[in-house]
Structures are given as structure tokens and as C-alpha cells.
Design a protein around this ligand. Structure first.
Ligand SMILES: [Zn+2]
Length: 213
């Protein structure tokens, strides 16, 4: 699948790209076209650049789709139990994207867009096989102090240091995600443990691919 992956960091993008290959069952390719240049990274940049990212992806590249990944951090987790618009980062982004897509259309192209949200951050997905503490249900059950504690320990749990450099981050994330994807039930396991941030994304992508054939 030819897909543009955009996230808060290169490690997040690497993880989602490897997972997309696992979901669709074929390697991904990066779109050709002028490269998207970042002066800085982070959640604010993703939000602020959303319209230009969508425009770029749809009009300037040959990408079949755009995948966005954000961390939930300590913000509200997804909640569809109440009859109101969910305030989580994933739903906020999905609503924003829907609005932008009404303005920017490319009638010549069918275009897939998906949003994934790591709860509370990418290291928890990487640790899904190794730690019983990670998972969206586990996160929702925790009080604020327990969440703060886990959030602050995740880097140490994955990298053996809480200040990894980007190379170490990418190496450890790659190893962990490749290990998950290599399992027959790896995608299913991650979807079960992270149903709103990952499972929802995986299902939408599978449905899109199924209607192509
Ligand atoms: Zn939500």
C-alpha cells in the first residue's frame, strides 16, 4: 500500500507504517512527490498542519491514503458511552479531517484517511506482549496517579533509559512492532488491547481494502 504516514515523531510513524503492512498483508511504500518538510514535530504541529498535510497528500503525491498517529498522553481516552461528541484526540482529529475534506476534494481520486491514537503513547503498543499494565481498558481503570506513574515509566520499560535518542527509539520500536506483526495473532492482540486507538484504525483500513476488490 502506498501510504503517507504522519505522526508526532519518526518513531511513531515507523511503528504505524510497520503495522499498516501487517494489517493489509503487504509491504507499504512511501509516496513519490516532493517531501513534506518539518521544521519541528509534535502534536501541535500535526493539528496546525492538518489542512496542508491533507492537501499535500491528495494533490501533490501519488499516495493511496494518509495515516495519522498521535499519542493520547494524559488527555481524555476515547469514550463512546455518552451521547455526546467524544472529546479524545482521535475523535477531534477525525472531525477536523471530515471538515477539511469537504473543502479540499480531489474528484479524480478515491482517498483513504485513518487516525490512530496510542494510549497513552507508542511505547505502550510496543510493550503489549511484555507488560500486563498496558492496554486501553487497563488505562481507563487507573486513577490519575496510576496513569501518571505508568506514563512516566513507559520509556524506561522499553528503552532501559528514560532519555533515549532517536536512533535507539526507532531501533527498539522497530524490533517490538516487527515482533508483534510476526505473530499470527499480533494485529488481533493489539486491536483487542487497544480497541479505540488501534483496533478502530485497523478495521477501517481492512474495510477500505476489502471494498477495492
Ligand atoms: Zn474519541
Amino acid at each position: 500500500m502506498n501510504v503517507l504516514v504522519v505522526g508526532e515523531s519518526e518513531a511513531d510513524e515507523l511503528a504505524l507504517r510497520l503495522l499498516i503492512a501487517g494489517i493489509v498483508g503487504e509491504p507499504t511504500t512511501c509516496p513519490s512527490g516532493p517531501s513534506l518538510r518539518w521544521r519541528s514535530r509534535g502534536l501541535g504541529v500535526v493539528y496546525k498542519s492538518l489542512e496542508s498535510i491533507l492537501y499535500y497528500a491528495m494533490w501533490k503525491t501519488d499516495a493511496e491514503g494518509l495515516a495519522i498517529i498521535v499519542d493520547s498522553d494524559m488527555d481524555l481516552p476515547h469514550d463512546d458511552s455518552r451521547n455526546v461528541a467524544c472529546p479524545c484526540r482521535r475523535c477531534n482529529l477525525e472531525r477536523e479531517i471530515a471538515k477539511i475534506r469537504k473543502r479540499i476534494r480531489n474528484p479524480n481520486r478515491q482517498y483513504w484517511v485513518g487516525v490512530a491514537m496510542a494510549v497513552p503513547k507508542i511505547e505502550s503498543w510496543c510493550l503489549v506482549q511484555r507488560s500486563k499494565e498496558v492496554g486501553e481498558v487497563e488505562w481507563q481503570r487507573m486513577d490519575n496517579a496510576a496513569r501518571q506513574s505508568l506514563h512516566s515509566r513507559l520509556k524506561l520499560m522499553l528503552y532501559d533509559t528514560d532519555r533515549p535518542d532517536l536512533e535507539l527509539e526507532k531501533r527498539k520500536v522497530r524490533e517490538a512492532i516487527e515482533e508483534i506483526v510476526a505473530r499470527d495473532d499480533g494485529i488481533e492482540l493489539l486491536s483487542r488491547k487497544f480497541p479505540y486507538g488501534f483496533g478502530h484504525f485497523a478495521e477501517k483500513l481492512r474495510n477500505y481494502r476489502a471494498q477495492l476488490t
